[in-house]
Design a protein around this ligand. Sequence first.
Ligand code: ADP
Ligand code: MG
Length: 351
Amino acid sequence: MSFKENKTEITALGEFGLIKHLTKDNKIKHPETVKAVGDDAAVIDVGDKYMLVSTDLLLEGIHFDLTYMPLKHLGYKSIIVNLSDIYAMNGLAKQVTVSIGLSNRFGLEAVEELYKGITLACEQYNVDLVGGDTSSSRQGLIISVTAVGEISKEKVTYRSGAKFNDLLVVSGDLGGSFMGLQLLEREKSVFSENPEIQPDLGGNDYVLERQLKPEARKDIIEQFEQFQIKPTAMIDISDGLASEVIHICDQSGCGANIYDEKIPIDHTTYQLARDFELDPSVVALNGGEDYELLFTVAQSDYDKIKNNPHFTVIGHITDKASGINLIAKNGTSHELTAQGWDAFLRKEKGL
Ligand code: ADP
Ligand code: MG
């Protein structure tokens, strides 16, 4: 069979369109499969609890660049991005499997470094490495991690549970990881043009750490437990705030208003965005890889949220007909759209 005739470009569908297309006829055969494709993790009934399963693939040249990504950090980050999806279901991660594809560029020392990071993340987040697979690769490094977690049945939190008038809340601050990446990319291109020039990364530790050694918000899940906060819907912010707000609204069948002035941005991120002639709000909305949590809570939970320094209320849920809107600082309302990183950067730079 030739794939060349009648070829439909995948870019026309986009990542989410492609997943929908490929899984639209997926038939669930087992009653234990409570939630299949479509949330941050699959949910499986294992008796008195739900098991959570999530997987991610990281490819050299697509998801990471070893010119500036130390292998130990890469190992750490590859675990974090998966744990984040388990926390996004309000669960706790217990086990991971790690599969790697290695080209002959990598020696034992390199893989040992990668595993130092993997082991460190497993220690920090209290998860067991329980298996994986190892293969050679024609080109570059490939890492795939699967995380397994658990959650009591009444606490599982889907993307689909947001209700009219709920508050939209984010943990931490946004856009830092994206600015860290911009900084690293800039220094890489300066260096490739003139290897005599040393990288100028000083004073930007925060954004570099957000990009190179992110953390997943296990602490937030623990706080939900401690303060009896019941999120109605939740997603982790891996693709950018705008994209995740749209996911929650689409799957909950609702609209939302979010307020530009409320979006939490660290001062280092803000300043660096300005230096790069980027709008800090646009960076926070569309930059990815922050691994913070976006969730909704009923208004009655507001008192438990309002004085907690980890949480920022950025808006509220409306009805579907009202759409998904970003309210600008001057009060004007704009429909919220999600742009991929590349498209958004080209637009910002007028390319
Ligand atoms: P996240 O950003 O939270 O990791 P993704 O956007 O990668 O989530 O995936 C969205 C949903 O689609 C998830 O439920 C994921 O398991 C599912 N999914 C992604 N790729 C595939 C695929 N190739 N086949 C089946 N399901 C997929
Ligand atoms: Mg996710």
